[in-house]
Design a protein around this ligand. Structure first.
Ligand code: UD1
Length: 347
């Protein structure tokens, strides 16, 4: 029997969680999904089975249920947790702040309590080990680019506020009890899909983010893209971001778990270090898909920043990780997923 370490993925049926499931499986871990499908689709499980050749282990439930999380940690003798579960739509967070503070901060507190009881209590078999999904949103409107981890943090909406508070909470917990091993990963803009075309991003309703909007226009679900702002101080006037292939991001989680096993805690950017404008993304996508993406430049979106891209060198030093896939591959893989599953998992 292989000596596989069991890793709990809260929100493991979601976009980044499902890709990380595959990466962990391939790296010899035994990932366990905890998900309530509030913003994901059970059909992802069949797809994961087709990719990995093994039915995923699922614990259906909510991280807010501390007793449930505790039971799951014990049942599977979990060695480490990756905490993806949470609400993530910026606009919705402005309209429904309590949903965000409740789900995200409440969810993190519940998970930390369960982990504390299990891993710092009697009969513990491992140190409390956690990888947390943070976001470049914690840098607010950065004064300069590229962004290093020591840049000042701020927030412009409740979603971003929750990421910031959870980062602070994790620091306080670690200070109080140094046995904690915590890896905070600040994602830039995850895009793309697994090369099989079987799993990918499946946003509910109208996509908020650029790439799923572009792919839905290309497949004919939406008439045209609105480009938010053509007058930014960038080379072509449109916003510049650090798009990172979701497989590279998934690999970053594997690297993070390995680094945590040697005891060190860290906070790192996961990005490519390369910024692309909205129009560069549109052109690259048209090339990769052979489809036209009609667009119209409209007013700026409230809360958007001109430029946001990472200095990813700390992740390279600390995790031995770097992004490998370029924009062309991100677009080709996003298109394979969208064109093969025009309506996402409900197709
Ligand atoms: C957004 C969130 C960020 C979150 C991240 C998760 C905002 C303000 N920020 O980042 O907090 O962590 O998603 O992935 O929502 N764009 C268009 N037309 C569209 C959609 C987007 O022109 O229909 C432009 C945006 O103005 C921006 C770029 O595309 O310049 C990327 O936007 P998006 O994919 O929404 O990501 P962020 O805004 O960077």
């Amino acid at each position: 029997m292989k000596n596989e370490q069991a890793i709990l993925l809260t929100g493991g049926a979601g976009y980044i969680g499902s890709h990380t499931f595959v990466a962990l499986h391939e790296a010899g871990f035994a990932p366990v999904i905890l998900d309530d499908f509030s913003n994901s689709h059970p059909a992802v499980l069949d797809r994961l089975e087709r990719i990995t050749g093994r039915a995923p282990v699922l614990e259906r439930g909510n991280v807010l249920d501390t007793a449930f999380v505790e039971a799951v940690l014990r049942r599977h003798r979990i060695a480490g947790v990756v905490h993806f579960a949470g609400s993530k739509a910026v606009g919705e967070s402005v309209a429904q702040p309590l949903k965000y503070f409740g789900n995200n901060i409440g969810g993190a507190i519940s998970l930390l309590r369960a982990m504390e009881a299990v891993f710092l209590g009697p009969g513990s078999w491992a140190p409390p080990t956690l990888v947390f999904s943070s976001s470049a949103t914690v840098y607010g409107d950065p004064a300069t680019v590229p962004i290093t981890e020591d840049f000042p943090r701020s927030h412009t909406n409740p979603y971003g506020h929750t990421k910031l508070v959870i980062e602070d909470m994790l620091a306080a917990v670690r200070q109080a009890q140094p046995a904690w091993r915590v890896g905070v990963l600040r994602y830039f803009n995850p895009v793309g899909a697994h090369a099989s075309g079987l799993i990918g991003e499946d946003p509910a309703g109208i996509p908020n983010n650029l790439m799923p909007y572009v792919t839905q226009v290309a497949v004919g679900l939406r008439p045209q893209l609105s480009v938010f702002g053509g007058d930014y101080p960038t080379p072509d006037g449109t916003g510049v971001r650090d798009y990172i292939h979701v497989d590279d991001l998934a690999a970053g989680h594997v690297a993070a778990l390995r680094a945590l096993s040697s005891g060190a805690s860290f906070t790192v950017n996961l990005g490519t270090g390369q910024g692309y404008s909205v129009l560069q993304v549109v052109r690259a996508f048209e090339q990769a898909s052979g489809r036209k993406v009609p667009y119209q430049v409209v007013a700026r979106r409230a809360g958007d920043v001109a430029q946001c891209y990472a200095d990813p060198s700390l992740a390279k030093r600390v995790l031995g990780w770097q992004a490998r896939k370029g924009l062309e591959e991100m677009c080709a893989d996003a298109w394979r997923w969208q064109s093969g599953n025009p309506k996402g998992y409900a197709t």
